[in-house]
Design a protein around this ligand. Structure first.
Ligand code: GLN
Length: 215
C-alpha cells in the first residue's frame, strides 16, 4: 500500500458509510487498461467487476472508465448498447471516475469532432493535448485534498481540460496551469493514469467517493 494512503483515509473517512455495506466497484472493460485498475483495486482489497453490458452495469454501485482509445471505447459502447444505460446511471448519481480516455468520454464537450462523449460532466476537453514530442510524460502533481505530498502522475497521449463549469472543482493542474484532475460531485476525472504510478492514493480517494455518493 502506498505511503500516502493514510492521509486520504483520514480526510475522507470522516463520515460513516450509509449502508455499512461495501460498494461493488465496476471497471468498464471494453478496451484499454481495465486490468491495471482491477489490480490496484485488488491490492486495496476490492474485487472489481468487469462491465461490458447493461446487465453487468446494473450489478455495480460505482464505475471506473479506464484509459485507452476513446473513439474505440465509444464505438464499443454503442455496439454493446451501453451508452444510454450508462449515461442514465451517471445522471442518477452513480459515482464514476474517468481516467484519460474515460475523462474524454465523461465530458460535456470536446474540442475535436470525435468521439461522441456521454456529456455528463461539465468540462470541455481536448484530446492528445500535449503534441507528439511529449506524447507521454510524468509529473509530480499537487492534488487538492492530498496535502503536501505530491502524486506521481503518468500522462500517455493525454487530454487536457479546457473549460470547467460552475459545479466543477479543479483538483490538480500542471505547472503551466492546465487542469488535469477535476471533480463534480459524484464524478471524478483525471487526464493521467493513476493505475500506472504505483501510488494507490487516487483509487482510495475514489473508493471513498463511492462510499459517500453511492445510491
Ligand atoms: N489519446 C487517447 C484518446 O484520445 C487517450 C489516451 C489514453 O487514454 N491514454 O482517446
Amino acid at each position: 500500500m502506498s505511503a500516502l494512503a493514510p492521509i486520504s483515509w483520514k480526510l475522507e473517512r470522516g463520515r460513516k458509510r450509509k449502508s455499512g455495506k461495501k460498494k461493488v466497484i465496476g471497471v468498464l472493460a471494453l478496451q484499454g487498461d481495465f486490468l491495471e485498475h482491477r489490480q490496484v483495486l485488488r491490492a486495496l482489497g476490492t474485487d472489481a467487476k468487469e462491465v461490458r453490458t447493461a446487465e453487468e452495469l446494473n450489478a455495480v454501485d460505482a464505475l471506473i472508465m479506464p484509459g485507452g482509445e476513446s473513439t474505440t471505447v465509444a464505438r464499443l459502447m454503442d455496439a454493446y448498447r451501453l451508452r444510454a444505460p450508462l449515461k442514465k446511471r451517471i445522471q442518477a448519481g452513480m459515482p464514476v471516475w474517468g481516467t484519460c480516455a474515460g475523462m474524454i468520454l465523461l465530458a460535456k464537450r470536446l474540442k475535436e469532432d470525435r468521439p461522441d462523449p456521454l456529456q455528463v460532466m461539465d468540462i470541455e476537453v481536448s484530446r492528445n493535448a500535449f503534441g507528439r514530442q511529449v506524447d507521454s510524460f510524468e509529473a509530480d502533481l499537487a492534488i487538492k485534498t492530498l496535502g503536501k505530498k505530491l502524486f506521481h502522475a503518468v500522462f500517455i497521449r493525454a487530454p487536457v481540460i479546457l473549460k470547467i463549469g460552475k459545479g466543477v472543482e479543479v483538483l490538480a493542474r500542471l505547472p503551466d496551469g492546465a487542469p488535469v484532475a477535476a471533480r463534480q460531485r459524484h464524478m471524478l476525472a483525471t487526464a493521467f493514469h493513476p493505475e500506472l504510478s504505483g501510488d494507490h492514493w487516487m483509487h482510495e480517494y475514489f473508493l471513498n467517493m463511492a462510499d459517500r455518493y453511492g445510491q
